[in-house]
Every structure is written in C-alpha cells, then in structure tokens.
Ligand binder design. Structure first.
Ligand code: PRP
Length: 217
C-alpha cells in the first residue's frame, strides 16, 4: 500500500496551521477550504491532460492550452469533515458533479481486533459516474480506513470503473493507507501528509485532532 503526497509548499503551510491546537473554528474551516483548493490544483497539474487550442487574442491568433477533462470530474463529499475541503476543491473544479455520502465511525464500539471501526452509512447520493470521469473522494482524515473502505465500496458497486479514482485526504495514517490500497488496488491515494501512527482510540498522531469537531463546533 502506498500513497502519493501533495508536495506544494502552500499545502504544507496550510496543514501546519490546521494541526496547531490554537487554530480556532473559523480559521480551521477556512484553512480546510484553502487546502482543498491547493489539492485541486495539484490534481489538475499532475493528473489531468492538457491540449493545445488555437485562440484569438485581441491582437492575433495564437496557440493556447486548455485542461481536458474538467467536465468529467466527480467529487464525493464524505460528511461531515469533508464539506469545507470540498468547497475548496470546487474552486479548482467548478463544473464537477458531486456526490454525498454520510459515513461515520461508531466510536463507542471501539476498534476491533483487526483495527477497524464499525461504520454506519446513513445517506448515499451519487451522480452518474462515467468511464471517462476522474472521481475524487475527499475526506480530510484517513485513519483506520474503515470509513473510506465502506465509501469506496458504495461507489464501486453502483458505478462502472472511472478513468481515475482518487482518494484525497489531508492527513493519512499508515494503517488506513494499507487497508484502502489492499481493498482497492486501482484506487490512487493522495494525501498532504502521511503521519506516524494511530493511538489506541484510532486517532491519527500527530494528526490534527477531530477535523469534524474542529470545523463545525
Ligand atoms: C472521521 C473522519 C473520517 C473518519 C476517518 O469522521 O472525518 O471520516 O473519521 O477514520 P477511519 O479512517 O478510522 O474510518 P467521523 O466518523 O468522526 O465523522 P465526522 O466527520 O462526522 O466527524
């Protein structure tokens, strides 16, 4: 199991502010939006093709370049922590179609012996996914990977394989990376940081705490 890392210096700058315990709710939410935008640019730069087009400037005709595939992007928002992150992604992919999945860990049940949490999936609404699409499933935290495994199962059972299937996180822990990449070898994991470990409650360390709580209350 392997993940690619977003290397843009601004992504690291934003993530460092998100990690800081002093960053309060409004700054945290805005930071997630900015990080989403930077990740969107990174995906555009590395994973979408461009093509040359002839354009007419006010002076003359010349060759310009456009990004192909901007009409073939699907963003899936894993409630709830992904909402501000997706808001940022949409600035890079304004014409994306969007899916929403509500999936959350049953924290009271605790981790089982395999290091997984039971996940309740309460709401799934996906747009049509086509073979030419780039699907980006966004969730700031990939911890045990229990949530993401359920989310990707729902998407893949309803839809044909897209051209690219990207799972995007801000912070990922090794057990989550392993779980998702073993379950779905064709999925591309992209994250701003790969952290050291999970604590006994399944929280990412050093991490950034509970992203949903920090953004929403
Ligand atoms: C957090 C986080 C991920 C999940 C990651 O969500 O936003 O969705 O946990 O953990 P995992 O990889 O171990 O499954 P949470 O269940 O706290 O819900 P919330 O986003 O509504 O706060």
């Amino acid at each position: 199991g392997d993940a690619s890392v977003v290397t843009h210096a601004l992504a690291k700058d934003e993530l460092s502010k998100l990690r800081d315990v002093e960053t309060e709710q409004v700054a945290f939410r805005k930071g997630l939006v900015r990080l989403g935008r930077i990740c969107g640019y990174e995906i555009t730069d590395g994973r979408l093709e461009t093509e040359y087009v002839e354009i007419q400037t006010p002076m003359t005709t010349t060759m310009g370049e456009r990004v192909k595939g901007l009409d073939d992007v699907v963003i899936v928002n894993v409630l709830r922590a992904a909402t501000p992150f997706v808001e940022g992604l949409l600035k890079a992919f304004p014409r994306a179609r969007q899916g929403v999945i509500s999936a959350s860990r049953d924290e009271s049940a605790g981790m089982n012996d395999d290091g997984e949490f039971p996940i309740s999936v309460d709401y799934v609404k996906l747009p049509e996914i086509r073979p030419e699409d780039t699907v980006i499933v966004a969730d700031p935290m990939l911890a045990t990977g229990s949530t993401m495994t359920k989310v990707v199962e729902h998407i893949t059972e309803e839809s044909p394989d897209p051209e690219q299937f990207i799972v995007l996180s801000a912070v990922a822990a090794p057990p989550g990376i392993v779980r998702v990449s073993e379950a779905f070898p064709d999925v591309d994991l992209l994250t701003v940081a790969i952290d050291d470990e999970l604590d006994e409650d399944g929280f990412i360390v050093p991490g950034l705490g509970d992203a949903g709580d920090r953004a929403f209350r």
